[in-house]
Design a protein around this ligand. Structure first.
Ligand code: ADP
Ligand code: MG
Length: 257
């Protein structure tokens, strides 16, 4: 079997610059179906940019990224790679859910309305089915009682769990989390990580950028350490977190002890 059949995500030699600033300098990463990969690394190392490239919020300069066997931003047609139209990019993006540090819920919509918005508005799903699934998802993240609450009536942790349910509502093959607990008060971090841990156990494929070393230890199948736009080291959490081989990983991790 070729790698493209066994990996859900395949990134090869990914380069991305903003003007003269080279942010990604040749990232290679494979993620297997059902795998949970945690990306660690100092601020400015390119973690968010890499996630944004996977989701086509940024176009890459060199290399390629495949998700579920399709190259992001392109389609193979008559033996040639053609750039996708914005409409086709939206279709491709609908296989990927993303959760950001800032939850960005619609303030004038209830939790339930936030979750059904994309399935109905973007994907043209039947309303009854969208509502049924949204309730199931809100239940899964522990918010069965808060379906009709507006974001301002919810804590940060509850809002972030609504944002997770909203990302799941499009039934993504892959979930990307970009520091999902960094904007939360410390006492609210645990409930969001618990919801993410449940998703990991259910077999969802996840790439998680976080500074929560405890989450990486417990929930990650693999930890990837990025620095300066490259993958410096990767491996099982027990290896990378307790016995890192690279000095840069060691120095980064020493801040958390
Ligand atoms: P991380 O998430 O690891 O902190 P980022 O991917 O956010 O790192 O940023 C990596 C570098 O790219 C930083 O120097 C940042 O300022 C720069 N950068 C990110 N996005 C842009 C952009 N749209 N335009 C210019 N520079 C950017
Ligand atoms: Mg970032």
């Amino acid at each position: 079997m070729s790698m493209s059949e066994t990996s859900l995500v395949r990134a090869r030699n990914v380069h991305k610059a903003f003007g003269p600033l080279e942010v990604l300098k040749g990232i290679d990463l494979d993620v297997a179906p059902g795998e949970v990969v945690v990306i660690l690394g100092p601020s400015g190392s390119g973690k968010s940019t890499f996630l944004r490239c996977i989701n086509h919020l940024e176009a890459i300069d060199q290399g390629f990224i495949e998700v579920a066997g399709e190259q992001i931003g392109y389609r193979l047609k008559n033996g040639r790679l053609n750039k996708l139209s914005n409409r086709d990019i939206a279709v491709q993006r609908s296989k990927i859910g993303m959760v950001f540090q800032q939850f960005n819920l619609y303030p004038h919509m209830t939790a339930l309305q936030n979750v059904i918005e994309a399935p109905i508005g973007v994907h043209g799903q039947n309303r009854n089915e969208a509502v049924r699934y949204a309730k199931e998802l809100l239940n899964r993240v522990g918010l069965a009682e808060k379906m009709d609450a507006y974001p301002r009536q919810l804590s940060g942790g509850q809002q972030q769990r609504v944002a997770i349910a909203r990302a799941l509502a499009i039934r993504p093959r892959l979930m990307l989390f970009d520091e999902p607990t960094s904007a939360l008060d410390p006492e609210l971090v645990g409930e969001v990580l618990a919801a993410m841990r449940d998703l990991a156990k259910e077999g969802l494929t996840m790439i998680v950028v976080t500074h929560e070393i405890g989450f990486a230890k417990e929930a990650a199948d693999r930890v990837v350490f990025m620095d300066g736009g490259v993958v410096v080291e990767e491996g099982p959490p027990a290896e990378v977190l307790t016995n890192p081989s690279h000095p840069r990983t060691r120095s980064f991790l020493s801040r958390f002890i």
